[in-house]
Ligand binder design. Structure first.
Ligand SMILES: CC(C)(COP(=O)(O)OP(=O)(O)OC[C@H]1O[C@@H](n2cnc3c(N)ncnc32)[C@H](O)[C@@H]1OP(=O)(O)O)[C@@H](O)C(=O)NCCC(=O)NCCS
Length: 230
């Protein structure tokens, strides 16, 4: 299991080189963003993804074709997916991460914990009962971290499954707190889901929290900062 990180500032400094790796469709999508920062974030994610896949498969990064799963999860088109590589991308504030796995699904999510959000309101409205209790019961010092641990574990799980936010957030629960390892605690109507996935917390930089969710067990995480073109 490989995880690459890059700072958005470094990607912005290399935006032209990263953009040159994108397909015409991706470039057109990049140009439709209203804010330069959103454009840079998209170009960084796709450009970095293409470089990482190119290195993994010893192929030219600009030659890959991406398709989409039923709920929009980007995936390699069948012709490019030999060996069967799965990947997932997440962006937050000043960071981009790309996770790549062979022969198993993967989902990743990172968040910047200084992001202004009403953690109590979101927990009450969207989280499952145990998650809500964990957030509301946390001390002031721990509350944001508990919230973002929950958020990123839930989102990484939904991204691994390819559902995005089409799956109701209160129909499954993730473990929280120091006493339990990160995991899917239960999933309504789909009890086998708890043993299908494994989960790890990510702390890519100060003030960032994240999670990676991978199909099956017995994997090792190789995490590194991406080298960008000169
Ligand atoms: C995909 C989704 C779940 C994540 O979006 P996000 O948190 O805004 O952004 P991230 O940077 O973590 O992930 C975006 C990337 O996920 C990938 N993605 C898109 N749809 C996806 C899906 N259905 N499944 C998995 N990955 C998906 C894409 O690579 C996308 O990057 P790109 O648009 O540059 O290609 C999106 O559906 C969404 O709208 N999220 C809103 C966030 C939220 O409310 N989360 C609550 C968690 S409690």
């Amino acid at each position: 299991m490989h995880l690459w990180h890059a700072s958005l500032a470094r990607c912005a400094a290399h935006e032209q080189a990263l953009r040159a790796l994108l397909s015409p469709d991706e470039r057109a999508r990049a140009d439709r963003f209203h804010f330069a920062r959103d454009r840079t974030r998209f170009v960084a994610g796709r450009g970095l993804l293409r470089r990482v896949l190119g290195q993994a498969l010893d192929r030219s990064p600009d030659g890959f074709c991406f398709g989409e799963g039923p709920h929009g999860k980007p995936l390699l088109a069948a012709v490019d997916a030999v060996p069967p590589l799965a990947f997932n991308v997440s962006h937050a504030h000043e960071l981009v991460v790309v996770a790549v796995a062979t022969g198993r699904q993967v989902g990743v999510d990172i968040e910047w914990m200084r992001r202004p959000v009403d953690v109590d309101a979101i927990a009450c409205r969207f989280f499952a009962p145990g998650e809500r209790a964990a957030v509301l019961g946390a001390s002031d010092a721990d509350r944001r971290e508990t919230f973002f641990a929950c958020w990123t574990r839930k989102e990484a799980y939904l991204k691994a499954r390819g559902h995005g936010l089409t799956y109701p957030l209160d129909r499954f629960e993730v473990t929280l707190g120091r006493a339990a390892a990160p995991a899917v605690a239960w999933c309504c109507d789909e009890p086998h889901e708890t043993s299908r996935w494994s989960m790890r917390e990510l702390r890519p930089a100060a003030d960032y929290l994240g999670a990676i969710v991978v199909e099956g067990r017995n994997w090792r995480l190789d995490s590194r900062w991406a080298e960008l073109p000169a």
